[in-house]
Write a new protein. Structure first.
Length: 252
């Protein structure tokens, strides 16, 4: 009895999920015809044979369907070597949002940001790690590679940002987050139909920055996950500490 119940539950589950519908329909028709044929021979043999041939044909067609493709995760989950030029990713953008511990590698390309976004009247938001948050800095020192000193990189980025704010054209805003969320984030045109973003995950004590994994998502590929990461950035922006000149003046 339990075996029959499991069998019926499996059929019910398959029907709900749209699996093996053809097989169940054919089986149902065959059982009905068999029962009618036993009780009363009212179904002509030609109808029975037609039903049998139709069932065989449907099953043969079913066997020709391609197997469910296994996604190529290496095409989705990428490392630093697969990054294209920043100018290509932000080309045509009206609005670009960045978050990273120091963003030194991105802000060294401030010329591309200027030409592709700011000179065309676009806006840029930047979030960095707060160097005044000792706990947050301690966590990042455990996560990131040790090739460069994080505080030095943040100070370099602040100098670049202050210069960018003096440029005419678009707008540049920046602030600081108190702790590491474990990822870096770049979003292009968050409210546009062609919005796109990149999330890069730090991992744990990676020796080289090239070992990090990242994912690129467009609004057209997944509106749900695009809006999820868009909301994450907005929450970080709302909780930011606004900049002051303390670090630049003291050089600490």
């Amino acid at each position: 009895m339990q075996g029959l119940l499991r069998f019926l539950r499996r059929i019910g589950s398959d029907v709900v999920e749209g699996k093996n519908i053809e097989a169940y329909v054919i089986s149902f028709v065959a059982v009905v015809l068999a029962i009618i044929g036993v009780i009363d021979d009212v179904v002509p043999d030609s109808v029975k044979f037609a039903a049998i041939l139709a069932g065989i044909a449907l099953l043969l067609v079913k066997t020709t369907e391609p197997e469910e493709a296994i996604p190529d995760m290496d095409a989705v989950l990428r490392d630093r070597q697969s990054y294209g030029p920043l100018r290509d990713f932000i080309s045509g953008a009206q609005e670009v949002w960045f978050y990273g511990p120091s963003l030194i590698n991105i802000l060294r390309q401030e010329g591309d940001i200027k030409r592709e976004v700011l000179d065309k009247g676009g806006s840029v938001r930047v979030l960095l790690q707060d160097p005044q948050s000792d706990l947050g800095m301690h966590v990042l020192y455990q996560q990131l590679d040790k090739i460069h000193d994080l505080k030095d990189d943040i100070r370099s980025s602040l100098r670049v940002l202050d210069n960018m704010q003096a440029w005419t054209g678009g707008s540049v805003e920046y602030g600081f987050v108190p702790y590491s969320p474990g990822f870096s984030l770049t979003i292009v045109d968050p409210d546009g139909k062609n919005g796109r973003l990149i999330i890069e995950f730090y991992g744990f004590q990676n020796e080289l920055i090239t070992e990090r994994m990242h994912i690129e998502i467009t609004r057209q590929q997944s509106q749900y996950w695009f809006e999820y990461w868009d909301k994450q950035y907005k929450l970080m922006w709302e909780s930011r500490r606004k900049p002051d000149t303390t670090l630049l003046q003291s050089g600490s």
